[in-house]
Design a protein around this ligand. Structure first.
Ligand SMILES: [Zn+2]
Length: 298
């Protein structure tokens, strides 16, 4: 499938979501509890025009989407910007219609402030031989339902190649009140994946190698996302087939036949949305299992 990167992408998301809302009924509100048994049709995708076909006169000079409807949106006002503090420092209205919520899902180029903040943390200070540049990455803003059932802001840095997919996926998760505890930049944890996972933080970009190896993770491309990682740990095996569970504290959730909340399996809405968008799931791997992990191949 051909994709459009930046430009009118989010605006198209807004338009297509509006179309979908018209189709599904304008009164659709976030469900009080997740219902993974009800996959919904996804916005955009089939309506995304090929690059170069956008109408003239509306070219966004930044080359990236700003908001879903153009202009300053309530979602962008006071949005986190290179600050890694608690998301509740940026309150959102207590009640949001579906149309209003769309405004909180957008992505933009990394600001200079954000570049400065992540360099030497999630982004290497030594810029030699990097597999990504700042321009390959975007700052994605979303809403999600936290574990208290309250809407909260979230932010990720991801490769622009998957920004539109992630905006759509997280929008669908939000509309289904799918619980995600927190979505903060991994820089809030000093770029330390173990600390981020232990805190059950959902994140994407981090320029790092795969744990226990010397090769770069797809997170280094900004092409992989870890969802609720404490409840969906990464399990590797030594040569004697003894399991090692990461993060610490995730051992209780290593038995995937057990029943517990926030578990990602093939029935889970998260799994269904990511795989529908072409991501592969680490829970399907053979030599190790990474239940939190969804990735697109570079
Ligand atoms: Zn991962």
């Amino acid at each position: 499938m051909e994709k459009i990167y930046g430009g009118k992408a989010i605006r198209l998301l807004g338009v297509s979501i509006a179309l979908c809302l018209l189709t599904w009924g304008c009164s659709r509100q976030p469900a009080p509890s997740p219902d993974p048994s009800l996959p919904r049709p996804l916005p955009v995708d089939t309506q995304t025009p090929s690059p170069g076909s956008e109408p003239s006169g509306e070219k966004d000079p930044s080359g990236d989407a700003q908001t879903s409807t153009g202009g300053e949106s309530p979602g962008k006002e006071n949005a986190p910007e290179g600050t890694f503090g608690p998301q509740d420092a940026y309150p959102i209205p207590e009640t949001l219609s579906s149309e209003e919520a769309v405004e909180y899902f957008y992505y933009e180029p990394l600001s200079q402030e954000l570049k400065d903040a992540i360099t030497g943390v999630s982004y290497p200070a030594d810029a030699a031989d990097l597999i990504v540049t700042y321009e390959d990455l975007v700052h994605l803003h979303i809403l999600h339902y936290d574990f208290e059932g309250k809407p909260a802001r979230g932010e990720l840095i991801c490769n622009r190649a998957i920004a539109q997919d992630l905006a759509e996926i997280f929008y669908e998760l939000y509309q289904n009140a799918y619980p995600i505890e927190k979505v903060r930049l991994i820089d809030a944890y000093g770029g330390n994946d173990e600390l981020s996972m232990e805190d059950n933080n959902t994140s994407c970009f981090n320029y790092r190698v795969v744990e226990g190896t010397s090769h770069l993770s797809n997170h280094a491309y900004g092409l992989a996302v870890d969802i609720n990682p404490l409840y969906n740990p990464y399990i590797t095996y030594d040569k004697d087939h003894n399991p090692h569970v990461s993060p610490a504290g995730g051992e209780a959730y290593a038995d995937r036949s057990a029943d517990f909340p926030y578990k990602i399996d093939r029935e889970d809405l998260c799994y269904q949305l990511f795989t529908r968008h072409g991501f592969t799931w680490g829970g399907s791997w053979h030599s190790s299992q990474d239940y939190q992990h969804f990735q697109m191949t570079p």
